[in-house]
Write a protein that binds this ligand. Structure first.
Ligand SMILES: [Zn+2]
Ligand SMILES: [Zn+2]
Ligand SMILES: [Zn+2]
Ligand SMILES: [Zn+2]
Ligand SMILES: [Zn+2]
Length: 372
């Protein structure tokens, strides 16, 4: 953890790790008492809020899974996450490649992963059609695993938080599909995709969650590689398992484009720049911006203004409660209204803590959800 006063104080930070934590909130760390005192004029406004957020550490770390969190330190691997993946022999394999710091970035990826696989045996991953119809509501990972007959030691939730979070957003707004050319259709504008661009095959699970529905997702953001702008990706099957004999391996009929249920289209750039073109293709039921970081990137401000003008329901997620809180302030300052969906915990957040936080606040991908 870095000293929270780094760059703010005239004196440079003392060497070594910043392990002196604020005694009131425990969320920030300092290299020295001097830096802690200097930082107080900034921190006093947020300390009580952080303390409140720290009280949710245990709640947020509760998952039904039986796989264990990795130990914080393991010198054979660059990060705890790498070690976690290696426990399942998934480190730098298939869909899991971008889950740790060793992963390739989106720009250098030749293949946007619809060919990538689970690298798990069939009993551990959802590689075929569900045996039972989807229940009216899936409210937790437990519900989802039970429906898909997955054992609680399967790590697939670590990647399936992308489609399940999308499912949960649609449930929150109780959105109905529309008939389009006689087909039930759902259109979603998906803002700011990053590493999920390397895990697009996981969105195939939306076929099981919304049976019989044509799902159109327009993925728009600055991380979409220039060479992919305008590309359409059809997902007509589930990500495959590693069993040679499994029926998910037979290609007969499964690549038939007429039964395509999920159609993704890639757009490079900011939503406020590309919006009028995208709207020509599709008028969305919902706009989603996962792990948005609204307060951290000023480029969100014109995007939020556009969303306000269209009046289309929009949902944001973020890693930690503080990011969600700061985002809600930004959004309300533009709309002049409170959030339509107040900040709440996403039951389908990623079940492994994010390791990119600058604070000790609990931090998970897609952790908090709120809507305008
Ligand atoms: Zn310092
Ligand atoms: Zn504090
Ligand atoms: Zn790694
Ligand atoms: Zn299979
Ligand atoms: Zn559409």
């Amino acid at each position: 953890m870095e000293c929270a006063a780094k760059g703010l104080a005239a004196e440079p930070c003392a060497g070594g790790v910043a392990d002196r934590r604020c005694g009131s909130c425990g969320a920030v760390a300092y290299c020295s008492r001097a830096h802690q005192i200097i930082h107080w004029r900034v921190h006093k406004e947020e300390c009580e809020r952080f303390a409140e957020q720290m009280r949710r550490v245990n709640l947020l770390s509760q998952f039904p899974f039986t796989f264990l969190e990795p130990p914080a330190l393991n010198h054979e691997f660059p990060s705890a996450r790498c070690f976690f993946l290696q426990m399942f022999k998934l480190h730098q394999k298939g869909l899991w490649k971008s889950e740790c710091i060793c992963g390739s970035d989106v720009a250098s990826a030749k293949d946007l992963s619809i060919a990538a696989e689970w690298n798990l045996q069939s009993s551990l991953c959802p590689c075929t059609e569900p045996e039972n119809p989807v229940p009216a509501v899936l409210a937790s990972w437990e519900d989802y695993y039970q429906w898909r007959s997955l054992p609680l030691h399967s790590p697939v939730a670590v990647l399936l938080h992308w489609p399940l979070t999308l499912y949960h957003c649609l449930q929150l707004y109780r959105l109905q599909t529309s008939k389009y050319d006689g087909q039930d259709t759902l259109c979603i504008h998906y803002l700011g995709p990053e590493k999920e661009l390397l895990q697009l095959a996981t969105f195939g699970e939306l076929r099981a969650l919304f049976p019989g529905v044509q799902i159109h997702i327009e993925l728009v953001g600055p991380e979409v590689p220039k060479s992919r702008d305008g590309e359409v990706v059809n997902i007509s099957r589930y990500a495959r398992c590693s069993d040679e004999s499994c029926c998910c391996k037979s290609s007969i009929g499964s690549e038939d484009s007429s039964c395509t249920a999920v159609r993704l289209k890639l757009w490079k750039g900011f939503y406020h720049e590309r919006c009028s073109d995208i709207m020509k293709d599709s008028n969305p039921h919902l706009i989603v911006a996962p792990n948005a970081g609204v307060a951290a990137y000023p480029s969100w401000m014109p995007t939020i203004e556009i969303i306000r003008q269209t009046g289309i329901p929009a949902i944001f997620t973020d890693f930690c409660e503080e990011a969600a809180y700061l985002a809600s302030c930004c959004i309300s300052s533009i709309t002049g209204q409170p959030l339509k969906i107040p900040i709440q915990v996403n039951p389908f957040r990623q079940p492994v803590a994010a390791d990119n936080s600058a604070l000790y606040l609990p931090c998970y991908s897609n952790c908090f959800i709120f809507g305008m």
